[in-house]
Design a protein around this ligand. Structure first.
Ligand code: GLV
Ligand code: MG
Length: 312
């Protein structure tokens, strides 16, 4: 029913999400000191099969040795997909050895809700066995045609699910889209060829109270291309974007932070509507534009984000 509302399940600042191969402890240490809101330690596609075990050990050590929360960061681990034999050991070892330290697990290539059910069940059991009261969250990468076909069902999984991410690289491969670029625009397409898919994922997120995060942009020597992609994602409702290179973190933080002019306009909208309400009116005008109850909701989105950034 339309009055069954799904408020945001878990608020976290996630403007920039730095991907760090867990095979590289130096990069992990740098990421911990850098300006990213979010860091995910990657055990999946950036890690060669021969390095999987060492990467898992490095991730566990970094979770235990570094005070990620104290540094104002959320730390996540991208486990391997359910179609690999690494996945169960990733969940068991990371959870058993660092489950009280990691904030979320990022599950790649989620195709059906059952994928999340399996990870959730394992995490539940390990937390129960350890007697931990913190609850590790789950985030799902939507990056296959199957995942996108089921995105509305996946978004309704509930449980620990907090966010969906659009994985443009695997998605392009799964769709057999004519490109070998990660996240760039195809000049033969009139517009952004990923628009419809990102938009579909964002709708599913917002309908069911999840954060919506845009994935990678591979050309780290093209900051303008990165910012354009981030701005398009923000316009659709994404609240952050991956950085596959440290230089992209500041770009994401900039694009996904409301500028001062936007924050002060949001405050003025709230003030003007308060004055209008005191006069028994629902709508008002501000700088020659009509504002009403919907404007108040838009303004509150800006102010909640501004507060979260200020509190960081
Ligand atoms: C991320 O994992 C992607 O495939 O884009
Ligand atoms: Mg991927």
């Amino acid at each position: 029913m339309s009055h069954t509302l799904h408020p945001l399940r878990k608020q976290r600042l996630q403007r920039s999400e730095l991907a760090v191969p867990a095979s590289n402890p130096t990069m992990i240490d740098k990421a911990a000191e850098g300006p990213a809101d979010y860091v995910f330690l990657d055990l999946e596609d950036a890690i060669a099969p021969s390095e999987k075990e060492q990467a898992r050990k490095n991730a566990i050590q970094a979770l235990n040795d570094i005070d990620w929360a104290g540094k104002g960061k959320t730390v996540s681990v991208r486990i391997n997909g359910l179609d690999t034999h690494y996945m169960y050991r990733d969940v068991v070892d990371v959870m058993e050895q660092a489950g009280s330290r990691v904030h979320t697990l990022l599950v790649p290539k989620v195709g059906v809700t059952g994928d999340l059910y399996m990870v959730e069940a394992m995490v539940n059991q390990i937390e129960q066995a350890k007697g931990w009261t913190n609850r590790v969250g789950l985030e799902a990468l939507i990056e296959t045609a199957l995942g996108m076909a089921n995105v509305e069902a996946i978004a309704q999984f509930g449980g620990r699910l907090e966010a969906l991410h659009f994985g443009v690289a695997d998605f392009a491969a799964s769709m057999r889209a004519r490109t070998t670029n990660i996240g760039g625009l195809n000049p033969h397409y009139p517009g952004d060829q990923w628009h419809a898919s990102i938009s579909r994922m964002v709708v599913a997120c917002r309908a069911y109270g999840l954060r919506a995060i845009d994935g990678p942009f591979g050309d780290f020597s093209d900051p303008d291309g990165y910012k354009d992609g981030a701005r398009r994602a923000a316009a659709l409702g994404c609240e952050g974007k991956w950085a596959i290179h440290p230089s992209q973190v500041a770009l994401a933080n900039e694009v996904f932070s409301p500028p001062d002019t936007e924050v002060s306009r949001a405050r003025r909208i709230i003030e003007e509507l308060k004055k209008a309400a005191a006069m028994g009116k629902g709508a008002a005008s501000l700088d020659g534009r009509m504002i009403d109850a919907a404007s108040e909701k838009m303004a509150m989105n800006v102010l909640v984000l501004a507060d979260a950034i200020a509190a960081r």
